[in-house]
Design a binder for this molecule. Structure first.
Ligand SMILES: Cc1ncc(COP(=O)(O)O)c(C=O)c1O
Length: 451
């Protein structure tokens, strides 16, 4: 089994950084200019987290590819961290956007499209009632409010190292002793999340039951498969226990499908017949146009309506002037009807299987203590020999230098991976040749590292 020579890794990283700098003069100069008007030189602070010392500025993107301002082309396996899982600018979504934009963008009144989207969401996800927001963060924030309101309980529960957007209550982790703490770098939380939130490890049924048994938890907010600290599958039977225990203690169950929509047209919930009280999802629903939704059961709707004061519903903490705007909904309708279809998944998942097999073959060839995990059209490789069972184990396996090397090596050869971990997402527009090219670049990154 190979171990990584750390001083060699450092040298290789420096070489890749120099190559990146030399080959992106226009991105570099735009970045220098941007630093004078944009905080950190980027539109949003997390965009500084790329492997190079500045971000690549994009000229244009289409399907699974994009071209940067220096004229270099890339295969995009990041796909807007799921926001562009459909492929960039899918034709059907584009046509709907153009058509709707000419007919009005936002009114605070619905068009018929909204009803059709509601019916389609019902069909896919099995929940009867739906509401629209602009981001998955908002969808999660609003269902947490609804859950606290109808249960009249103060707390929520999340899993260690989850991510559900910039939702205050969820920025909490367990420290090395298993004590809940505000997540490191949680920027100025309004309330210390240890007051609002319980946190346990995923796949730990006993800890979940203990946490819920005091009956002060309004809702568990969970991804059905964790994806934001790498892919962590539930143990067999875990979801049955999660549903049984939440019901037993009167806690509502929220399933966040924002990333696990990579599983199939109805997300992981439809594929595995989960029965949540709420379901949230955003990102790719409208082909990259800001749009997210949350759905809930008839029982939740009845309990909520019993407490709702309609006169104050616009200032009650669940809102968003642009939520449900006509453009987002038209884009969502077109994307659901024409892009995120069963044939999309068939093609994208087959390609992802090929991607995973390619990476696994290289790992085996060089006897690396690494693994690859896959969920639908998403995969991730890990620098550890066994799959982690929870967020704590996954966090301990992060190797920032190695991540950075693999990302930068790929970027310098025309491949974009997701910056946050080693995630590769595949759209139906990715090609067999793209996947084969990735396998060869992954192999040469490994060869260079080990030779
Ligand atoms: C599972 C999950 N839920 C919600 C969100 C929040 O999405 P957004 O940043 O679009 O609000 C994310 C973002 O990464 C996510 O991974």
């Amino acid at each position: 089994m190979h171990t990584i020579d750390r001083s060699k890794l450092e040298i290789l990283l420096r070489t890749e950084e120099q190559k990146f700098l030399a080959e992106h003069p226009k991105s570099y100069s735009l970045y220098q200019r941007a630093r004078k008007s944009l905080h950190g030189g980027v539109p949003m602070l997390w965009m500084i987290r790329w492997a190079g010392s500045f971000p690549v500025f994009v000229q244009e993107a289409k399907d699974a590819h994009f071209i940067d301002v220096d004229g270099k082309s890339y295969i995009d396996f990041c796909l807007g961290d799921t926001g562009a899982m459909t492929g960039h600018a899918p034709n059907a979504t584009l046509a709907a956007i153009q058509n709707q934009a000419a007919k009005g963008i936002t009114l605070m009144l619905p068009y018929e499209d909204a009803v059709q989207v509601g019916e389609e969401l019902q069909r896919r996800f099995g929940l009867p009632y739906w509401q629209f927001t602009l981001t998955a963060t908002d969808a999660n924030r609003f269902v947490l409010r609804m859950a606290r309101m109808i249960t009249e309980r103060p707390k929520v529960l999340v899993f260690n190292y989850c991510y559900h957007g910039s939702v205050d209550e969820t920025l909490i982790v367990l420290d090395d002793d298993g004590t809940p703490i505000s997540r490191p770098n949680n920027m100025g939380p309004q309330v210390d999340p240890t007051f609002t939130t319980k946190v346990v490890e995923f796949n730990d049924i006993a800890a979940l039951e203990t946490a819920l048994s005091s009956k002060d938890v309004a809702a568990v907010l969970a991804e059905p498969v964790m994806t934001n600290i790498g892919i962590i599958h539930p143990d067999p039977g875990y979801h049955d226990e999660l549903r049984r225990i939440t019901s037993k203690y009167g806690t509502l169950l929220i399933i966040d499908e924002t990333h696990t929509i990579c599983t199939g047209p109805g997300g992981y919930s439809a594929a595995h017949r989960l029965q949540p009280d709420f379901l949230t999802i955003g990102k790719p629903l409208a082909g990259g146009v800001p749009a997210a939704v949350y759905g809930f059961t008839r029982e939740v709707a009845d309990r909520f309506e019993a407490r709702l004061v309609a006169e104050n519903s616009d200032v009650g903490g669940i809102g968003g002037t642009l939520a449900g705007n006509a453009l987002s909904i038209a884009a969502m309708k077109a994307t659901l009807e024409n892009v995120l279809t069963p044939s999309f998944y068939e093609k994208a998942i087959r390609l992802q299987e090929k991607f995973t097999t390619g990476v696994e073959a290289v790992i085996k060839e060089f006897k690396l203590p690494w693994i690859v995990k896959r969920l639908g059209n998403r995969s991730e490789y890990w620098f550890r020999p066994t799959p982690p069972r929870n967020g704590g184990e996954a966090f301990a396996a992060i190797d920032h230098e190695l991540d950075r090397y693999m990302h930068l090596y790929s970027l310098n050869r025309g491949i974009l991976l997701t910056p946050f971990h080693n995630m590769a997402l595949i759209s139906s527009e990715t090609t067999d040749a793209d996947v084969d090219y990735h396998t060869s670049v992954f192999r040469s990154a490994v060869v260079t590292l080990l030779e």
